[in-house]
Design a protein around this ligand. Structure first.
Ligand SMILES: Nc1ncnc2c1ncn2[C@@H]1O[C@H](COP(=O)(O)OP(=O)(O)O)[C@@H](O)[C@H]1O
Ligand SMILES: Cc1ncc(COP(=O)(O)OP(=O)(O)O)c(N)n1
Length: 232
């Protein structure tokens, strides 16, 4: 069975974070593992508390999993501060992991900060160059690129800028683009753009959509690469 690791925060409500990731891994039939970066107290009303782990606690969890069980693909979610980001980047380099999905979690939909503002440059400098896929939502793409996104052309320009920061593949998610009756995601691989659209589901129950999305990509990456290497 292929193995996937999530390096992310705990959501006590179970809709996002580590809990959403492990459920998604299970659904997609990969063996799920976790390295916890923070404990959050959350429910359907919002985030009531954020308690980050010490960076060395994060490092030890990744080390334990990496040196024994092995990792076919991994994702990062809530990383909270620059020290944790730098620790995670060091471990990715140490194990030479290349199937790395970065969900640049910054702010919960209710408005609670899940990444310190001063950690954005650590994310850009240390983690983006190591990732195979990055999955920002529109507000996250705006922070990473320091531009506003209103149109499909803006999304393309933002994707180009994120690619220039070192990410190989960029998916700018369309969940926050509530003025359209479609949810439109943009994929850019450094050469070509592709838009993916589905009819927008009219619901307020979108907590954890981004976590689930990036976990699904991670699970499929773990399997696809193993499949491809059999034919090399
Ligand atoms: N109301 C919706 N209807 C259909 N798809 C949605 C809806 N909201 C989000 N999505 C999809 O869910 C995925 C996660 O996107 P998004 O909600 O923007 O992420 P995040 O949780 O990080 O803000 C994307 O593929 C997006 O297109
Ligand atoms: C612990 C934790 N990690 C990530 C998130 C953000 O989840 P996301 O899927 O981006 O969507 P919202 O929660 O913002 O709706 C989180 N809330 N908690």
């Amino acid at each position: 069975m292929e193995k996937a690791l999530t390096i992310a925060g705990s959501d006590s409500g179970g809709g996002a974070g580590i809990q959403a990731d492990l459920k998604t891994f299970q659904e997609l039939k990969v063996f799920g593992m976790s390295a916890l970066t923070a404990v959050t107290a959350q429910n359907t009303l919002g985030v009531q508390g954020v308690f980050p782990m010490e960076a060395e606690v994060v490092a030890e969890q990744i080390q334990s999993v990496g040196e024994d069980i092995g990792v076919d693909a991994l994702k990062t979610g809530m990383l909270f501060n620059a020290e944790i980001i730098e620790t995670v980047a060091e471990k990715i380099k140490r194990f030479a992991w290349d199937k790395v999905v970065v969900d640049p979690v910054m702010i919960a939909k209710g408005g609670a900060p899940l990444l310190q503002q001063e950690a954005v440059s650590a994310l850009k400098n240390h983690l983006l160059p190591l990732c195979f896929v990055i999955t920002p939502n529109i507000p996250e793409a705006e922070v990473l690129t320091r531009m506003t996104i209103h149109s499909p052309d803006d999304k393309k320009e933002a994707a180009r800028r994120i690619h220039a920061l070192g990410a190989k593949n960029i998916v700018i998610k369309g969940g926050h683009d509530v003025n359209t009756n479609e949810a439109v995601d943009l994929l850019f691989n450094g050469a070509d753009f592709e838009f993916f659209s589905v009819p927008r589901i009219e619901t307020k129950n979108t907590h954890g959509t981004g976590c689930t999305f990036s976990a699904a990509i991670t699970a499929q990456l773990a399997k696809v690469y193993l499949y491809m290497t059999r034919y090399l």
